[in-house]
Design a binder for this molecule. Structure first.
Ligand code: PLP
Length: 374
């Protein structure tokens, strides 16, 4: 047996988090996380759950009754959506235009789906005409797309057109809104999205651990009329309904502190107003974009589908991305990230999310980059 490890008190560095997430957590959210726990079935927690659900509906712009935080990171909410809405043998249409579209495809495959793809280059949104062609060719049962591709910094435009195509073919639509919820215009009901999932650690500026998910009645009808149980017990939404629905019965121990944190993060969204928040992200990220462009650096996606919450800045020829990332971390305690997947080495990923989307952070990023390139 080894001796008791001599590990010092926790003392991580103070970073300014301007990468693809987590984003800087608002002090009120950190405070909420340190609030003493109540039991996850305590009568007082039931009110906290109701309030969190109501606040989530506001942020998603939905009236969906089935709106909950899933215990786990964004991938858990993603797998809950995909795994419950895909039955073995269903055809699942997934995009090829980014890292998280690939993850959608992989989760659908593991759920027993027949995966087909609709193509767009990395850094571009799906073209509705291509989606229409894919529907005509494959007649998918479920269509997933990524609203805000964190790997490319491209925003999916024309969402209502995509959902119309899917509904004309009686398919359900799942939207990945991990990097848009609370920071980029998103209207779940108005845009006809049947299910959307997100993560708290991006534009909501909350630690990871309880991840937003919403499903409309059509999606929930499919979940409740499945012939086969979903492959995951933990993420089976028909079982989770017992806890988050009227019964409030034990399924698993909810991450109480994460729910506290999410509730506070969503209270901040409601106080600011969701549309004002979208506008702030666009304005502050616009300053960041202008700053890097003034240095002669270009953004990878076209302006028409630029994603304010994630700025993919092209790495100039002759520059090693890792050197710049290390330099700003060492000299400015500033976190930015490298490209992912097909864009590895080609872009820096600079987040502008939630509590991080503030002018002083933009000033820091621009100053640190200017110094790094000096
Ligand atoms: N989808 C997108 C678009 C993401 O950016 C991420 C994480 O960055 C995920 C899904 C997965 O979320 P998580 O890493 O919290 O599991």
């Amino acid at each position: 047996m080894t001796d008791a490890p001599d590990v010092g008190e926790l003392s991580p560095p103070q970073r300014t988090l301007m990468g693809p997430g987590p984003s800087p957590v608002h002090p009120r959210v950190l405070k909420a996380m340190s609030t003493p726990l109540v039991g996850h079935l305590d009568p007082s927690f039931v009110d906290i759950m109701d309030e969190t659900q109501e606040l989530l509906r506001y942020a998603f712009r939905t009236d969906n009754e089935w709106t909950i935080p899933v215990s786990g990171t964004g991938s858990a909410a993603m797998e809950a959506a995909i795994g419950n809405l895909t039955e073995p043998g269903d055809t699942f249409l997934a995009p090829t235009n980014g890292y998280f579209g690939d993850r959608m495809a992989e989760m659908a495959r593991r759920a027993g789906g027949e995966v087909v793809r609709v193509d767009a280059p990395w850094g571009e949104p799906l073209d509705p005409a291509d989606v229409a062609d894919a529907f005509a060719e494959h007649q998918p049962d479920v269509f997933g797309f990524v609203h805000a591709e964190t790997s490319t910094g491209a925003k999916q435009t024309n969402v209502p057109e995509l959902t119309d195509i899917a509904h004309e073919h009686d398919a359900l639509v799942i939207a990945d809104t991990v990097t848009s919820l609370g920071g980029v215009e998103l209207r779940v009901d108005e845009w006809g999205i049947d299910a959307a999932y997100s993560g708290p650690q991006k534009c909501l500026s909350c630690p990871p651990g309880a991840s937003p998910l919403t499903l409309n009645d059509d999606a929930m009808d499919k979940v409740l009329s499945r012939e086969e149980d979903p492959r995951s017990w933990y993420l089976d939404l028909s079982l989770l309904e017992g806890y988050w629905g009227d019964e409030r019965a034990y399924h698993h121990t909810a991450p109480v502190s994460n729910v506290y944190a999410l509730r506070e993060a969503l209270r901040l969204v409601a106080e600011e107003g969701i549309e004002a928040r979208w506008e702030r992200h666009e304005r502050v990220a616009g300053a960041l974009k202008a700053g890097v462009e003034a240095m002669g650096l270009g953004l990878n996606p076209e302006d028409d589908y630029w994603l304010p919450s994630l700025n993919a800045v092209r790495v100039p020829a002759g520059v090693e991305d890792g050197d710049v990332i290390d330099y700003v971390l060492d000299h400015y305690d500033l976190e930015i990230a490298s490209g992912l997947g097909a864009l590895e080495g080609d872009v820096f990923r600079i987040g502008c999310m939630g509590h991080g989307a503030r002018p002083e952070n933009v000033t820091l990023v621009v100053a640190a980059l200017a110094d790094a390139f000096d």
